[in-house]
Design a protein around this ligand. Structure first.
Ligand code: FA5
Ligand code: MG
Length: 416
């Protein structure tokens, strides 16, 4: 594992991650801060709020789907390696080669073929190919993204998959022996894929939506306001998002849909239709426990962690901020490089590396192009706030100086 200077180690040509060695190349963009999150497994850490929410979700699926003798239908995978191939994360899910989600600026790459999974859906095809038909995958996912109170480069997802045979889909329909989940010579429409019969899709859609609304109600109460929004994913059709009305806002909780039949066929399953969903644990936990900032999930402060100690995952807990320390701001303006590529996410990662969790938010507050020199300039406001103590402006200025210096050295920018 490398600790301080990623560039130096890149030239060695390999990194060790979770006990395995990986070659590096010019796609490598994982940073030491991100590497330090590997193996933390907050979602299975006893008494951690993310672990409570995970347990509530698993319980809901165990309760909702059981076999004839009362045992759960769903199996749970919560310790699959977060280091995956581009084939797992993208190709197996029919994400086209030029899709923007594959970009180096959006994912943490170990090398050109290997990345930290950007969603737990990365394991869907492999588990279906193993013969599983009802399962949940729970784990940490990694995305290069903006920085604010609801975005962190590591978060946790739960994916669910359910595959059904013709008999299972129509089990509650009388005289259903003429019904099939497939339709030959069908056409794709907004409602269904070409190969599926409309009646099977509608039954699966109903089952999926009922399971997910039931989940939202079991977490937030029977009276929640929710709505379904049409969505697009390369791996499902039709697709939807569930939004829940929370604190006067519509909050996107999950994405879902009917699995593309091509994925099932490639995995060797030809006699079933399936649904799938993916949701974010932090979003749910922030609402459920009134946790105001996503960085808090990584806090090791007992003032945070002790508030979630309970043997009853269904217990209502409202997080009480230990104390809120004041923010400090500093702006940084620079000329972008003219001959090398620049993206804001590179700058965000650099700020995270140096400022760590003291950085609460980064905002691009001004950009312009000089009319004569054609040089482009960005100005960012960096908001600093420590979760556990008061920061002095002097401390902040020092970190800010280090950020300016590192940005000039590593990103080829020129401080104005
Ligand atoms: C996906 O990741 C799809 N894999 C979900 C899916 C699975 C769709 C299977 C269909 C079938 P999306 O990028 O929208 O989709 O993320 C899914 C959920 O993760 C979101 O609804 C949200 O709850 C959560 N999420 C996404 N980005 C973030 C983020 N930056 N911070 C916290 N939670 C996030
Ligand atoms: Mg989404």
């Amino acid at each position: 594992t490398y600790s301080t200077a990623p560039e130096a180690n890149k030239s060695l040509g390999s990194i060790e991650l979770l006990g395995q060695k990986y070659p590096t190349d010019d796609w490598t963009n994982i940073t030491p801060k991100i590497i330090s999150k590997l193996g933390k497994n907050l979602h299975v850490t006893k008494n951690h709020p993310l672990s409570h929410v995970r347990q509530c979700i698993v319980n809901h699926f165990y309760r909702t789907y059981s076999n004839r003798v009362g045992n759960p239908l769903f199996s749970v995978y919560d310790n699959l390696r977060p280091i995956v191939t581009t084939a797992q994360n993208f190709d197996s899910l029919l994400v086209p080669p030029d899709h923007p989600s594959r970009k180096k600026s959006d994912c943490y790459f170990v090398n050109q073929e290997t990345l930290l999974r950007a969603h737990t859906t990365a394991h869907q095809a492999e588990l279906i190919a193993m013969g599983l038909d009802n399962f949940l995958v729970i784990g940490d996912v990694y995305r290069r993204d903006e920085i604010d109170s609801t975005h962190y480069p590591v978060f946790h997802q739960v994916d669910g998959v359910r595959l059904c045979t013709t008999e299972e889909v129509f089990q509650n329909v009388k005289d259903s022996n003429k019904l099939s989940i497939f339709e030959h010579r069908g056409v794709e429409s907004a409602d269904k894929q070409a190969c599926h019969s409309l009646e099977s899709v509608k039954i699966m859609e109903h089952d999926l939506k009922q399971a997910l609304v039931g989940l939202a109600q079991s977490l937030f109460g029977k009276d929640i306001k929710y709505r379904w929004v049409d969505q697009y994913f390369p791996f499902t059709h039709p697709s939807w998002e569930l939004e829940v009305f929370f604190n006067n806002n519509w909050l996107e909780v999950l994405g879902c849909g009917i699995i593309r039949q091509e994925i099932l066929q490639k995995a060797g399953t030809v006699d079933r239709i399936g649904w799938a969903f993916g949701l974010g644990l932090e979003r749910l936990a922030m609402c459920l426990y009134s946790i105001p900032d996503i960085r808090l999930f990584w806090s090791t402060d007992p003032g945070f962690l002790n508030q979630f100690i309970t043997d009853d995952v269904n217990k209502a807990i409202t997080y009480k901020p230990v104390s809120i320390y004041p923010q400090c701001y500093n702006d940084i303006s620079f000329w972008l490089p003219q001959d090398t590529p620049y993206c804001s996410n590179d700058f965000y990662d650099l700020v995270r590396e140096i400022g760590g969790d003291m950085v609460e938010q980064i905002m691009l507050i001004d950009e312009f192009v000089h009319p004569k020199t054609k040089k482009a300039s960005h100005c960012y406001k960096i908001v600093y706030r420590h979760m556990e103590k008061v920061l002095s402006q002097e401390e902040v200025n020092q970190i800010h100086k280090q950020i300016e210096k590192a940005a000039a050295e590593q990103l080829n920018i020129v401080i104005r």
